[in-house]
Design a binder for this molecule. Sequence first.
Ligand code: URA
Length: 261
Amino acid sequence: MKSLPDAAALLEQTLLARRDLLGDVRPNVSREALQRFTSVRTAPQAAAPATAPGRNADTLAAIQEEVRTCRLCEHLAASRTQTVFGVGNPQADLMFVGEAPGADEDRLGEPFVGRAGELLTKIIQAMGLSRDDVYIANVLKCRPDMPKGAPGNRPPTPQEMERCLPYLRRQIALIRPRVLVALGKTAMVGLVGADEPMGAMRGRWFSFEGIPLLPTYHPSYLLRNGAPAEKRKVWEDMLLVMEKLGLTISEKQRGFFRSAA
Ligand code: URA
């Protein structure tokens, strides 16, 4: 049996010969189409998921299915209970991006459902919104594996992030939120490569593909250091987000944690 390139070459020869024979009756297969035929069918399987540009048929459901069966990080595919894709309103104006699922998220399949998630939910509610109004996702869709029996979580490695980020980029490209909030440094490194201390980045607007991006402390930082002054910093960042979105801000909301500033 002929290989695909050979078959394409034979097909091209036949069509060109037919054109010679029939004069101006042209074959309706172009040389470019033949090249596409050859290259598409013989290209090696892509190692990384395709990115959003040009994927006009992309959907969140399609990405979620790719994520569900992803084995790009074999060690994470082996250790995960399930992937954690994202949750919320697919047409949200506001999207939060965190780091990676923890143990609770790995168990339940939803981002930010553990202690840090409860705090994030409270922050969203303090803004006058609910989790259903916003979209929440992570840089990594699998829980970073830990040595057996070891407590806590570890941050994603650069390689894990590089492999997983195309999924997040495609999610953002489809949702097109008006504002992105990066929860913690890992999200900032993943989204825009900004590797500065969070204290130096928070409260400043960045841009991701033209979308205003505001970094703030990860809720688990507030769980570790819950000083009112730190909570006020996160709240000030959320006030900036609310202003950017044109949300009404009450005097009460303006005053949260003010005495701590
Ligand atoms: N921390 C994160 O960054 N993401 C989660 O989903 C949970 C905790």
